[in-house]
Design a protein around this ligand. Structure first.
Ligand SMILES: CC(C)(COP(=O)(O)OP(=O)(O)OC[C@H]1O[C@@H](n2cnc3c(N)ncnc32)[C@H](O)[C@@H]1OP(=O)(O)O)[C@@H](O)C(=O)NCCC(=O)NCCS
Length: 253
């Protein structure tokens, strides 16, 4: 990676953080970035959705004609190449995650499954289905417990083309991803949302996920420690405030 590209990458990430979290968020992210080679602490909400519920619901339909959309599931770089030959490109598009234009190729090599929506043939939205422990580890996802042998899957990497945001295209893509997972025999999908990720919380809520616990990942030099805590039962995102307050009271007792 050239110095120019590294600078561009940092600048783009800073702009996106500022857009999502404001000046205060950008300042905190800067401090975290500066000390991250030595120490990093990340807190997550753990989410869950029973995909058998609401699989036919109209509420997941986007604010754009379905006839304009093509949904594709891509499970290998060979499949991606075939689609690219037909004009459906996604690996070559710089996104929030695929900033180096290599990440999507690497994720496919690691066994992650790309769930993409195209408007016409233009790449419009993506989410990734993670269907094995091996893939979860290889792509560096938080090590949240997912019972892959018990019909559970994980998702990562939500992104929508800025041109098409606000059209419920992500909710649509996530719904289609769930239908694909159901066809493959998965019933429950888990997710992990960083505490600071407001868009992540918003789309998690809008796509029907509940919050089932919290996770803490600490990296000290080359050691990683992961702890997760599960609530008695999954709760709505709107109930999270109450849960947090109860936990503070519990800690004070
Ligand atoms: C977050 C992102 C995927 C949303 O895509 P989108 O197609 O605009 O989302 P949708 O239109 O499907 O949104 C559905 C609902 O999610 C919620 N939502 C969407 N974007 C949100 C945001 N930035 N902040 C909070 N909630 C948001 C809203 O409730 C929205 O419903 P509404 O439009 O009726 O208010 C897109 O803005 C994006 O790619 N951002 C950059 C990458 C990123 O931040 N990913 C975060 C998850 S890892």
């Amino acid at each position: 990676m050239t110095a120019k590209y590294t600078f561009q990458l940092l600048s783009d990430t800073a702009k996106e953080t500022y857009r999502q979290s404001g000046l205060n968020g950008l300042f905190k992210a800067g401090i975290r970035f500066a000390v991250s080679p030595l120490y990093k602490s990340e807190s997550f909400w753990l989410t869950v959705i029973d995909m058998t519920e609401g699989k036919d619901q109209e509420k997941y339909h986007p604010r754009i004609g379905l006839d304009k959309l093509t949904f594709k599931v891509i499970a290998s770089n060979e499949e991606a190449e075939r689609l690219e030959a037909e004009g459906f490109s996604f690996r070559s598009v710089p996104t929030y995650f695929n900033y180096n234009l290599k990440l999507y190729e690497q994720w496919l090599d690691c066994g992650a499954v790309a769930c993409c929506t195209f408007v016409g043939k233009e790449f419009a939205a993506i989410d990734w289905a993670i269907i094995s422990k091996y893939t979860q580890g290889k792509i560096g996802a938080p090590p949240v417990r997912v019972d892959y042998d018990g019909n559970e899957a994980l998702s990562r990497g939500a992104w929508v083309n800025p041109k098409y945001r606000g059209l419920k295209l992500w909710v649509f893509t996530a719904w289609k991803r769930n239908l694909f997972l159901l066809e493959r025999g998965f019933l429950v999908k888990r997710g992990v949302v960083d505490y600071t990720n407001s868009p992540g919380k918003g789309i998690s809520e809008a796509s029907g996920h509940r919050v089932c616990g919290t996770g803490l990942r600490r990296r000290i030099l080359w050691w990683t420690i992961w702890k997760e805590h599960h609530f008695a039962k999954p709760v709505l995102w709107s109930e999270i405030g109450k849960i947090a307050a109860n936990q503070t009271v519990d800690r004070q007792r």
